[in-house]
Design a protein around this ligand. Structure first.
Ligand code: PEP
Ligand code: MG
Length: 575
């Protein structure tokens, strides 16, 4: 029977493919005594052999696609399975205690994990503990004849269905095979949604319990425009959505004509439309979408992917590679923004009751200056190879900004001792994503070359609504008139100090927000690369003066977000 589930439309497009459930099966097992120990040992070794051979094949397939560091994980897992000491301990339990393979193996591995976890403070051992747990899952699944999901092993089209998707999952997704993403949890500005947009994968988030309503292999349509997932569609429905997908592909082709065009309004006002990226691997898409530069490089993925604190040299290479690929266009790099929903493998952070209100971003950077200084030095060195700007995330107070700037200038002076003029072309900026910083924009503007408004967090904090929680997603209100006035206040404060004002939150790529933002005087619009050409073709039709009037009407005649949205919709229709 056809079932429709509504969620939050998170990434445009239509995807039609069988479901691939990204949920771990239940791996619980019974402990029992066996009578035939040799047969039980053979069962265990058969499971080990199959896993080793699968890992080796997967490694072969991914060689050349993943970095050597990423590939090393396969060797680590194979080495664990071949460890003679571990094998001996499991076999002894089977032979002497007559335990079944599952419990003998789980007992040995759990003991090892506990020993490793007890070595707190030793990052290497903590990582090994995670490796052992991962192997335990693989072996138990094999013994129980169950499949563990593994995004890296995908080789056919699927729609990924998951309870939630973290940045580590999206970083393993291959857009050739992932035709859609649907999750139980998440809001429009959760990282899963942002990544789906940048990979141009149709996505729906906040679908409450879809993981319980589908099975692997079920046919699923993802309507990323409306936010509707259709389970087991009829052939007619499939045809209808294939037509929608074709039309969208055609529209995308028309947008392609804007690729070498300037970002300009009908009455000749020029702006910059830039891209948000998570790594230098995203830059080909930035160039293919004709971006005027990169307005937000989220450097945390560089740290999150790594199993150690990235060295100055590693970071320098990454930033240099990124800016060189941009061939003269500007790269705005945001310093490390971890904490909140973005953990690091090599630096476990304390569990917090309210991580989004806790130890994150610039707060961590100023608390651990050695790590921050390493990043700043790498960036200053990379600035010799292109146009780099640096911005600080989550600045709340003036003191934080001044402390971050002080560190920046100290490192710049040190580097300049050997390389005169290094870093002199760098523009320094800050994100405005905390309400106090927005209110204090006047004072802060005097201290920076540019602001970049992070509306994802600014809305979360202004409306006191967790950006990843679908139960409160109705409070994601970029078009709320009071919020619009706050944005206008930031833009005016910036301009009063000749500070450029950019926006890199998702609002910058929102089609209904665009005329209002032009009307408010925003200078730079930074968004998922996939939204750039659509925005540029829309901008070409707009008149700045009329946009100013539209903004004035929105804040004077409307009291709520739905009213503003309706006003803009009608205004766009009337042209
Ligand atoms: C924002 O908060 O708007 C932003 C761009 O930063 P992030 O989404 O990475 O928190
Ligand atoms: Mg943010």
């Amino acid at each position: 029977m056809v079932t429709r589930i509504n969620g939050i439309a998170a990434s445009d497009g239509v995807g039609i493919a069988p479901v691939y459930l990204l949920t771990k099966p239940n791996l619980s097992f019974e402990k029992y005594h066996i009578s035939d120990a040799p047969a039980e040992k053979a069962r265990l070794h058969h499971a080990f052999d199959e896993i080793v051979s699968e890992l080796a094949k997967l490694k072969d397939r991914l060689t050349g696609k993943l970095s050597d560091d990423d590939l090393a994980i396969f060797d680590t897992h194979i080495a664990i399975l071949n460890d003679p000491e571990m094998i001996k301990q499991v076999e002894n339990r089977i032979t002497n205690q007559r335990l079944n393979a599952e419990s003998a193996f789980a007992e040995v591995i759990s003991k090892m994990v506990k020993t490793l976890q007890a070595m707190t403070g030793n990052e290497y051992m903590q990582e090994r503990a995670t490796d052992f747990q991962n192997i335990q899952d693989q072996v138990l699944a094999k013994l129980e004849g169950k499949e563990l999901p593994n995004l890296r092993s995908l080789d056919h089209p699927v729609v990924v269905v998951a309870h939630s998707i973290g940045p580590s999952d999206t970083s393993q997704m291959d857009a050739r095979f992932v035709k859609g993403i649907v999750t139980d949890l998440g809001g429009r500005t959760s990282h899963a949604a942002i990544m789906a947009r940048s990979l141009q994968i149709p996505a729906i988030v906040g679908c409450s319990n879809i993981t319980e309503r589908v099975d692997n292999g079920d046919q699923l349509i993802v309507d990323g425009f409306a936010g509707t997932a259709i389970i087991a569609p009829t052939p007619d429905e499939v045809k209808k959505y294939q037509r929608v997908a074709q039309r969208f592909a055609k529209t995308r082709q028309q947008w392609q004509q804007m690729i070498d065009q300037p970002s300009v309004t009908a009455d000749g006002h020029r702006y910059k439309i830039a891209a948000n990226i998570g790594s230098s691997a995203d830059i080909p898409a930035v160039n293919e979408n004709g971006a005027d530069g990169v307005g937000l490089f989220r450097t945390e993925f560089l740290y999150m992917k790594s199993d150690h604190l990235p060295t100055e040299e590693e970071q320098f290479v990454a930033y240099r590679h990124a800016v060189e690929q941009l061939a003269g266009k500007r790269l705005v790099v945001r310093t490390l923004d971890i904490g909140g929903d973005k953990p690091l493998k090599f630096m476990p952070l304390p569990k917090e009751m309210n991580p989004f209100l806790g130890y994150r971003a610039i707060r961590i950077a100023l608390d651990r200056p050695a790590m921050f200084r390493t990043q700043i030095r790498a960036l200053i060195r990379a600035s010799a190879y292109g146009d780099i700007s640096i911005m600080f995330p989550m600045i709340t107070t003036l003191e934080e900004l001044l402390a971050a700037k002080k560190i920046y200038f100290e490192e710049q002076r040190k580097l300049a001792a050997d390389h005169p003029h290094i870093g002199e072309n760098i523009r320094l900026g800050m994100m405005i994503e905390v309400p106090l910083a927005a209110l204090n924009a006047d004072r802060l503007a005097a201290e920076v070359d540019f602001f970049s408004i992070g509306t994802n967090d600014l809305i979360q904090y202004c409306f006191a609504a967790d950006r990843g929680n679908d139960s409160v997603s109705y409070l994601y209100q970029p078009l709320n008139p009071t919020f619009l006035q706050l944005i206008k206040h930031i833009i005016d404060a910036g301009h009063a100090h000749e500070t450029t004002v950019a926006m890199c939150g998702e609002m910058a790529g929102d089609r209904y927000a665009l005329p209002l933002l032009i009307g408010m005087g925003l200078d730079v619009y930074s968004m998922s690369a996939s939204s750039i050409l659509r925005t540029r073709s829309m901008m070409k039709e707009l008149d700045r003066h009329k946009c100013e009037q539209l903004y004035q009407t929105a804040i004077s005649a409307c009291d709520t977000m739905p009213e503003v949205k309706e006003l803009v919709k009608q205004w766009l229709l009337e042209g």
